[in-house]
Design a protein around this ligand. Structure first.
Ligand code: FES
Ligand code: FES
Length: 884
């Protein structure tokens, strides 16, 4: 042990610590300062733990407390509070740099250290100073803006009040600070791992080291005797079905007699500390009898392949889509392109791993199980947990969430935390490492696609065939939904009269596929938008004009046969054209030398409000004549809190502070569907508009507009609004049927440089033209676009999840400040016939066009086309060598 004196946020502390105790643990565990976060298993990769030590930005997970004797330390809590924020915190909030907020405290501290030594940094200096701080949400654009704005504040050039929107200005189309942003900027928003639960046991999980095997024996005897161990549990100790049933009941909470993928959970160990639990977990002995491992659909569909789930065949779903006669139309087409494309398995990569807290309120059979996690569908997940754990009396609470991008459409750590709380009758904290979080979360599905696209002599599309096989991985999660979404958006922005598709979903022993930003459309859009460029070239047509002339028109139908009412895509192409011309002209002057510049485009018509969707929101008039909105609409960082607040405040002419939100708790809200599929603005915002309209109607009928008046008149004070999308399903034989009620339209352009000697690609700029309908919060729209395009570029060029190999942010190739690029966004606001105030939703569309735009730009730059994502330098070099 060593003695060390530290001054933290202006106050002195004497500590006696183990020599290897890191500053981050000391701040979080001893001083309960939870502003500094951790994402990367203390490997120094994420920067979320950044604090200032003696004037320098330091990753506190790398600093040993014992080595800091006499140091002066500042964490984000030492800067300011929501009532009295520091100018840097103001700058982050006003710039829209705070989305999920998980990276924010670390970013702010790195910014403070930079501005203290360099009051007026340029972009390159900012990128250098914040190079160790990762962010998945923002694409770094608004963070760089925030640093520059903070510099201006601190230099006295401008004040926050000069930047802050007037609170009395309109509510729609104005970027008022998000309700939760300052709490996050001050490090006070509680993420699940920040929640202190008295007497909590820490749990660790023994996970399969095999990809596919029978469990022959489990020996926990040594583990049970280890220091601090409270107990162990296996599947036999779970009282419910032990099945997490999203679509199929194929996933055990804890494996019984067989493991089907690396990382499958088998034993839970509870101990007094996390270190003790993990040490005991390592002492559990499991003997396996290996079974054949099938990581690809080809292996799982081979003759004699072992069935991975006894009750479900390996080919677990197939859905054709037939419209017209595509084969005949292709045979008669003047030009046809044909190719095979594939996309990789990918991790959604939210910065926060998967912490969860669970405890019992009360005792015995009547006790209430409380689960606090990151769910984006708290009611659905609570119902799944109730059945899996056999415990009806339950409440789910949504903590602040460090991003999710689809992961949290699935149960991740909650079932284990809940099961452990019930079994050990102790509060539990389950804080998986990043590596473990990667093993236990579902991934973006890899697609293999065989494509033919045809056009007539005039360049009009005639037919599209796309047979695609999807590697579902080991558990179903929402694989079928991903296929249906891919089919509903298969024809993209275009009128394609003939379609012929066979989609197949195949169980393998690979990591489970699940929801991931876009979930299906990004994969099929990569194939279609690549083929569109190939066909335009074959016809010697300009790719933008080719897309514009083939745009769907109102009254025509998408690939499901559903007729659309609105389709403002040609106008978007027109708004986009000057930017495209500018980029083409600039690229033309970069043709000499080994570094070639290219321009590529791709489009999306992303569906909003899927068939069968419905939402509910309630508003209650409060005694101060403000309102409270009740709706289980999660906000893992997109800004749903802004959207709901501003819609209600705008419709009722209230200041934002008189609109309260109750969204995070199953006791106080009704089910309103997942914060997924870009549906919250359109569906829940739409339900909220209807609830407010009900309230206003009652006020008009009664002739009073206030709480007291309505109460005296005996009128209700709480009003329900509902929103229903079109109903129906795709026909199982033809894939024909309804599609989304509305669409958000987008066209993106990548400007890239390809080094033909190294194969390296540098994205210089992404430009996006988007028509989402009337914009409620412009900064949130930009933030979604920027973050989505940053993710899309990672998907195009670098990122890939390889089960068993990808363990941290380095092996994942996380985007950083250094890989960040310029972005420009052009907005058209065509009001939609049925949206919330005419608005749609934008979260997922943002990355759908990005990968094909980048791949088309690479081809434009150096003449080689990449068919298999990601387009790594090795693939580009190999393609160049083959002259493809
Ligand atoms: S936790 Fe310190 S850098 Fe990631
Ligand atoms: S705001 Fe940076 S990780 Fe979410």
């Amino acid at each position: 042990m060593r003695k060390t004196f530290l001054k933290v946020n202006g106050r002195g502390y004497q500590f006696v610590v183990q020599p290897d105790r890191v500053l981050l643990d000391l701040l979080r565990e001893d001083l309960h300062l939870t502003g500094a976060k951790q994402s990367c298993d203390q490997k120094g990769q994420c920067g979320a733990c950044t604090v200032i030590v003696d004037g320098k930005a330091v990753r506190s997970c790398l600093a040993k407390a014992a080595d800091l004797d006499g140091a002066e330390i500042f964490s984000v809590e030492g800067l300011g509070t929501p009532d009295n924020p520091h100018l840097i915190q103001e700058a982050y909030v006003l710039s829209g740099a705070v989305q999920c907020g998980y990276c924010t405290p670390g970013m702010i501290m790195a910014t403070k250290a930079l501005l203290d030594r360099n009051p007026n940094p340029d972009t390159a200096e900012i990128k250098q100073a914040l190079a160790h701080n990762l962010c998945r949400c923002t694409g770094y654009v608004k963070i760089i803006d925030a640093v520059k704005l903070a510099g201006r504040f601190l230099r006295g050039e401008i004040t926050p009040d000069q930047v802050r929107p007037d609170p009395r200005s309109g509510m729609i189309g104005v970027s008022h600070p998000r309700p939760s942003a300052m709490l996050k900027a001050c490090g006070l928003a509680e993420f699940a791992a920040d929640i202190k639960v008295q007497d909590a046991a820490e749990v660790a999980v023994v996970r399969s080291t095999e990809h596919h095997a029978l469990i022959t024996s489990i020996d926990t005897s040594a583990a049970e005797k280890m220091p601090g161990v409270i107990g162990v549990m296996t599947s036999k100790d779970i009282q419910g079905t032990n099945r997490i049933k999203a679509i199929f009941d194929d996933q055990p909470v804890l494996c019984e007699d067989r493991v089907r993928s690396l990382g499958d959970p088998i034993v839970v160990v509870a101990a007094e500390t996390r270190d003790q639990a993990q040490a005991a977990a390592r002492a559990v002995r499991i003997v396996y009898d290996p079974l054949p491992v099938m990581m690809t659909p080809e292996e799982a569909l081979a003759d004699g392949a072992v069935q991975i789930h006894s009750r479900f065949p390996n080919l677990c779903y197939r859905q054709p889509q037939i419209k017209g006669d595509a084969q005949k139309a292709l045979a008669r087409s003047a030009a046809v392109v044909e190719a095979r494309f594939s996309t990789q398995m990918n991790h959604q990569a939210p910065l926060e791993p998967e912490p969860c807290v669970a405890y019992l309120e009360g005792e015995g059979e009547d006790a209430l199980l409380v689960v606090i996690g990151r769910s984006i569908m708290i009611h659905t997940h609570m119902a799944i947990l109730q059945a899996a754990l056999g415990w009806e009396n339950m409440r789910y609470e949504e903590a602040f969430s460090g991003g999710q991008f689809g992961i949290k459409a699935s149960i991740t750590s909650e079932a284990i935390a809940g099961a452990a709380a019930l079994h050990f009758k102790r509060p539990v904290r389950y804080i998986p490492s990043l590596h473990e979080a990667m093993l236990l979360t579902p991934k973006r599905h890899p697609f293999s696609m065989k494509v033919k696209l045809g056009a007539d002599r005039d360049g009009k599309l005639t037919a599209y065939a796309n047979d695609f096989i999807v590697n579902n991985g080991v558990y179903q999660h929402i694989g079928i939904v991903v296929i249906i979404r891919a089919l509903q958006m298969l024809s993209g922005s275009y009128n394609i009269p003939n379609i012929d598709v066979l989609a197949q979903l195949v169980y393998t022993n690979n990591a489970a596929g699940g929801a991931a930003r876009g979930a299906g459309p990004p994969q099929v859009a990569f194939a279609l938008e690549s083929a569109m460029d190939m066909l335009a070239h074959k016809l010697d047509m300009d790719p933008l004009e080719f897309r514009r002339m083939n745009s769907l028109k109102p009254g025509q139908s998408v690939s499901t046969g559903a007729v659309v009412e609105q389709w403002p895509f040609p106008e978007l192409c027109d708004a986009f054209r000057p930017h495209y011309e500018r980029a083409k002209e600039e690229a033309a002057s970069f043709k000499d030398g080994p570094v070639k510049r290219g321009v590529g485009i791709a489009a999306t018509a992303f569906g909003i409000a899927s068939p069968g969707d419905s939402a509910v929101a309630e508003v209650q008039l409060d005694p101060d004549d403000g309102i409270t909105i009740y709706a289980a609409a999660a906000d893992p960082g997109e800004g749903n809190d802004s959207m709901l607040t501003q819609i209600a405040a705008g419709l009722l002419d209230l200041p934002m502070k008189k609109v309260r939100l109750v969204t995070r708790n199953t006791d106080q809200t009704a089910q309103t569907g997942p914060a997924a599929a870009s549906r919250i603005t359109y569906m829940v915002g739409g339900a909220l508009v209807n609830a407010v309209e009900e309230m206003k109607k009652t006020m008009e009928e009664t002739g009073v507009r206030d709480y007291e008046g309505l109460k005296k008149a005996g009128k209700p004070l709480r009003f329900i609004g509902k929103k229903k999308a079109v109903q129906g399903n795709l026909d199982p034989e033809t894939g024909q049927g309804p599609t989304f009620e509305s669409q958000v339209h987008n066209i993106q352009m990548a400007e890239v440089e390809v080094n033909t000697e190294t194969g390296e690609v540098r994205v210089i700029k992404m430009t996006a033209a988007v028509d989402p309908g009337p914009v409620i919060h412009p900064q949130n729209l930009e933030g979604q676009m920027e973050g989505g395009m940053d993710q899309g570029v990672g998907y195009a060029l670098r990122e890939e999840y390889i089960h068993g190999h990808t363990k941290d942010w380095i092996t994942f190739k996380y985007p950083t400040m250094k890989t960040a690029f310029d972005m420009e966004i052009i907005v058209r606001e065509t009001p939609r016939l049925k949206g919330a105030l005419g608005a749609t939703g934008i979260g997922e569309m943002t990355m759908v066009s990005t990968a094909p735009a980048v791949i088309n730009a690479i081809e434009d730059a150096c003449g080689v086309r990449i068919y298999d994502l990601p387009a790594t330098p090795e693939k580009i070099k190999a393609a160049l060598a083959q002259g493809k």
